[in-house]
Design a protein around this ligand. Structure first.
Ligand SMILES: CC(C)(COP(=O)(O)OP(=O)(O)OC[C@H]1O[C@@H](n2cnc3c(N)ncnc32)[C@H](O)[C@@H]1OP(=O)(O)O)[C@@H](O)C(=O)NCCC(=O)NCCS
Length: 146
């Protein structure tokens, strides 16, 4: 099934909030997601008939930070996360960004593998940055040239 893309906007909050809560073991708060659906943040929603995933960037001049990317668990493992990330990087390039940064939990093996697969490299780790069920875990900071 082909994906189509729509701008991530406040009108899509409800389906995106449902995906956020289903996909992330440590989901964002409702208010954080709402705030990232307005400028200066931007992104897109991948849809079949309904939204199945989304990404969100913060852009400052020629740098973007990937704030979030997720795919509804029902639709994971069939290449859509990679398609969404490649689309996001293409759109960032079109918006004249030259470098993309992100931060991910060290335990998030799926996301780490995806990021490495599309060309992100690890820059540094922040020890014990995130609270987690076993205490705290590292944040992995990664980047790629666009
Ligand atoms: C990370 C995420 C977006 C991947 O989406 P997806 O649609 O399942 O990924 P794809 O099917 O496109 O897989 C692409 C690549 O990701 C990696 N990957 C995906 N799932 C994986 C898993 N369970 N274990 C290890 N690697 C995995 C692999 O490198 C895979 O390539 P391969 O199939 O050639 O091995 C999805 O797991 C997700 O939404 N996770 C929750 C939200 C999250 O953690 N977001 C990132 C941090 S903000």
């Amino acid at each position: 099934m082909a994906l189509s893309y729509r701008p991530a906007s406040a009108s899509l909050f409800e389906p995106l909030w449902a995906i956020e809560q289903a996909a992330h073991p440590y989901p964002w708060s409702e208010s954080l997601l709402r705030s990232c659906l307005t400028a200066p943040y931007w992104g897109e929603v991948a849809c079949t008939e309904t939204p199945v995933g989304f990404y969100l960037f913060q852009q400052v001049l020629d740098e973007v930070t990937l704030m979030n990317i997720c795919v509804d668990p029902v639709h994971q493992g069939q290449g859509w996360g990679q398609a969404l990330l490649e689309r996001a990087l293409m759109r960032a390039r079109a918006a004249e960004a030259r470098r993309c940064f992100l931060e991910v939990r060290a335990s998030n093996v799926a996301a780490l593998a995806l990021y490495r697969k599309v060309g992100f490299v690890e820059d540094v780790r922040r020890k014990g940055y995130y609270p987690c069920s076993e205490g705290r875990e590292d944040a992995v900071l990664m980047s790629c040239t666009l």
